[in-house]
Design a protein around this ligand. Structure first.
Ligand SMILES: C[S@@+](CC[C@H](N)C(=O)[O-])C[C@H]1O[C@@H](n2cnc3c(N)ncnc32)[C@H](O)[C@@H]1O
Length: 321
């Protein structure tokens, strides 16, 4: 995790006793596990916003930072100056964006729940002073709020919390607010991916082009029980581990994402949609390409292409020529 975000979390949670967070953490975890988050405001009862910060924000931060780094590498030289963070929670996406794009000077954050916004404001004051001086939190419904245009618009882990019948109009509004990239991130579950697949079709019909992860704007070829998702590994702090009742010192956060803009930077030839399988003398790859999904076997005899294929990881772009 980015050291400054980690430090800000520790400062915020440092004085709390673990036992004070255990109850709120388990209520929060049930709420998300049983999908009881859609459309209605539950508020964050005492300790729940902090529990989110301890148990979920490190993972959503890691996923968001990884996706933003991918956008940065697809658009070398891109230096966004402003971010609009929708369903900001404690400001996770803003922290990730600042870590990847030091060019960011202004952040607009929209969050529905006052308890969560208050926590985000505190975190920012303790850690992002320069940025915060010129940043604005709005406590409002992100599906309806009118915001200034921003270079980067991020809606991380919020689409699934909107009422289904409001998703399309919210998307249209967010797309209208994006001067550069609009980035949507959802849990890497079949349901999260389905929301992004629907968003992708709508955005393309409004003239958007896909920056990532798809190397094309054709119909999404994922079918059947397959869904497009990726993973990032992060270390768990002791508190994180304790509140989750977990033994492992790390977790793998699965996420799905979609980044679109008015004009795609460069088209990656292919993207690895599963982990490559290395074998003796060859490697097996599952790729999404302009022509659809493809399973390829690259043999050691292919020299440089084989070396690139061996080094590639799930979620990477891959040039095979
Ligand atoms: C799962 S959290 C994600 C927070 C943050 N984006 C992250 O990645 O860690 C979803 C957040 O969106 C907020 N939210 C849900 N629906 C909203 C809406 N219609 N307008 C504004 N915020 C909303 C929730 O209160 C919660 O703080």
């Amino acid at each position: 995790m980015n050291a400054t975000f980690e430090a800000a979390i520790e400062r915020e949670l440092g004085d709390l006793h673990r036992r004070d967070l255990r109850g709120p953490a388990s209520v929060l975890s049930e709420r998300y596990r049983f999908g009881d988050v859609t459309g209605v405001s539950h508020g964050f009862a005492s300790g729940q916003a902090q529990a989110y910060l301890a148990t979920r924000a490190p993972a959503t931060f890691a996923a968001t930072r990884k996706v933003l780094a991918e956008l940065g590498s697809l658009r070398p030289g891109w230096a966004p100056k402003s971010i609009l963070d929708l369903g900001a929670g404690p400001g996770t996406a803003t922290w990730a964006a600042v870590a990847v794009f030091p060019s960011i000077e202004h952040a607009e954050l929209v969050e529905r729940e006052p308890e969560m916004a208050a926590l985000g404001i505190r975190l920012g004051r303790n850690g992002l002073p320069d940025l915060l001086a010129d940043s604005a939190w709005t406590i409002a419904d992100a599906a309806e709020v009118t915001t200034p245009k921003s270079d980067l618009v991020v809606a991380a882990y919020i689409l699934g919390e909107l009422r289904h019948d409001r998703e399309r109009s919210a998307l249209e509004r967010w797309w209208g607010a994006a001067r550069g990239e609009l980035l949507l991130i959802e849990p890497g579950t079949p349901a999260g991916f389905e929301r992004l697949r629907a968003a992708r079709s709508a955005l393309i019909s409004w003239g958007a082009q896909v920056t990532a992860p798809c190397p094309h704007d054709d119909a999404c070829p994922m079918a059947g029980s397959d869904w497009c998702h990726f993973a990032v590994r992060l270390e768990r702090s002791n508190l994180h581990r304790e509140l989750k009742g977990a033994r492992l010192g790390y977790e793998d956060e699965k996420y799905s994402y979609l980044a679109v803009s008015a004009s795609r930077p460069c088209v990656p030839v292919a993207r690895l949609v599963r982990s490559p399988r290395p074998h003796k003398g060859h490697v097996r790859l599952w790729l999404c390409e302009a022509g659809g999904l493809d399973e390829r076997v690259i043999s050691r005899r292919e020299g440089e292409v084989y070396r690139r294929a061996r080094a590639a990881r799930w979620g990477d772009r891959l040039e095979l020529n």
